[in-house]
Design a protein around this ligand. Structure first.
Ligand SMILES: *[C@@H]1O[C@H](CO)[C@@H](O)[C@H](O)[C@H]1NC(C)=O
Ligand SMILES: *[C@@H]1O[C@H](CO)[C@@H](O)[C@H](O)[C@H]1NC(C)=O
Ligand SMILES: *[C@@H]1O[C@H](CO)[C@@H](O)[C@H](O)[C@H]1NC(C)=O
Length: 360
């Protein structure tokens, strides 16, 4: 079993990742988005290690398992980032009429930051309030209402919860933050709390793509936020179709940066997306999850991802104001933009900001 975990986590599933994220982009076209393919893969990995036969095979195929190196370390690295920046965990609710295997409970705790809970699905109220309280505690009070209903016919639901609150390597000076307008579209502008900084960053203007990109480092080594800014308020769609990867020049340049504070919370039911990627058996009575429970008719009803991000001025040191009057690139994020949070190995989060919300 351990071997299978290693293989699974070693995958580089560029194809699925890209499609998965494009699907999220499109299905959240008109609203703020934070999503994590990386974490969804972890969640599926947790189910994969308990799957056998046809169910294991469809996960294997959909995730395009190829590379057999050990990347468990990657997940451990991620856990080491906590509690500063990212929290990611999986919570599997199993109808208590099924008996969960001890070995599975141990594996899930060890490799996936996972918890398994056998619950009385007949008591919807007690289950939802227990789950909501647990998730709320683990996300510092940000995710208040994840579950709204369970019923006697529910077999298993996997909750994949993520929380990100970055600390910048160089913080924004809160006294410079001012109210400004964000142009959601040609005809709609909303007030936002705009943070301001003048500093040196890796940044580039890609004329052929009509976008500007900036890289903002977090205090955790190597973790950065890339912001992709189109040239007009209706340019995001096209931008998201075009960008996959971009390489920025090593050299930093002076930038006048304006970025709104924002909080985003996104809840996505993944079943219908995963269905499109050929993961169907897992969600049907034919599922073979004999590594999880003894009984043969157990299956998963849905996988729900709930992710939260907060971006504000917080950081570790004050940014020195450099280059007095020298010319600087202007980077004003006052129209819908896309972002990615990553290090050199992994993309942890991707999303977009359509209408920055702060007091939610
Ligand atoms: C699956 O992985 C192989 C090898 O890395 C790659 O060539 C292929 O394009 C991938 N398929 C998809 C659908 O991503
Ligand atoms: C699950 O798959 C295993 C391995 O292929 C097989 O031995 C077992 O009979 C299957 N169980 C069910 C319930 O399909
Ligand atoms: C839940 O309700 C169903 C029918 O509504 C019943 O068959 C089952 O025994 C109940 N389960 C529990 C754990 O009470």
């Amino acid at each position: 079993m351990k071997y299978l975990i290693l293989i699974f986590l070693a995958t580089s599933v560029a194809g699925l990742r890209y499609k998965f994220h494009r699907y999220l982009d499109r299905s959240h076209k008109h609203e703020n988005l934070i999503g994590s393919t990386y974490s969804a893969e972890m969640a599926l990995g947790m189910l994969f290690v308990g799957a056998a036969g046809e169910t294991a095979e469809e996960l294997w195929r959909a995730l395009n398992l190829t590379n057999r190196e050990d990347v468990l370390g990657k997940f451990e690295d991620l856990q080491n980032m906590q509690p500063y920046t990212i929290e990611m965990f999986n919570y599997l609710l199993v109808n208590r009429k099924y008996k969960v295997k001890e070995t599975y409970i141990k594996q899930v705790a060890q490799y996936f930051e996972g918890v398994i809970d056998s619950v009385d699905m007949n008591n919807s109220k007690a289950v939802t309030s227990k789950v909501n309280k647990w998730v709320n505690d683990r996300t510092h009070g940000t995710v208040k209402k994840l579950m709204s209903y369970v019923g006697p016919d529910v077999n298993g639901i996997l909750l994949n919860v993520l929380y990100f609150k970055g600390q910048w390597a160089k913080k924004f000076d809160p006294s410079l933050t001012q109210q400004d307008y964000f142009h959601v579209s040609d005809t709609k502008s909303i007030p936002v709390q705009m943070m301001v900084m003048r500093g040196r960053f890796r940044a580039e203007r890609f004329f052929h793509l009509g976008i500007k990109v900036i890289e903002l480092p977090f205090m955790k080594d190597g973790l950065v936020m890339l912001i992709y800014l189109p040239t007009s308020s209706d340019g995001l769609d096209e931008l998201e179709e075009k960008i996959q990867e971009s390489t920025l020049p090593q050299e930093r340049q002076l930038v006048n940066l304006r970025l709104p504070k924002f909080r985003i919370s996104t809840k996505t039911k993944l079943k219908s997306i995963l269905n499109q990627f050929g993961i169907q058996n897992l969600f049907s009575p034919a599922a073979n999850l004999t590594g999880i429970v003894e009984d043969s008719n157990f299956h998963i009803d849905d996988v729900i991802q709930d992710a939260f991000i907060e971006i504000n001025e917080d950081g570790i040191e004050t940014a020195a104001v450099t280059g007095g009057r020298s010319p600087a690139m202007d980077f004003t994020a006052n129209i819908p933009f896309a972002y990615v949070i990553r290090d050199s190995h992994e993309i942890y989060f991707q999303g977009h900001v359509i209408e920055p919300e702060w007091d939610i």
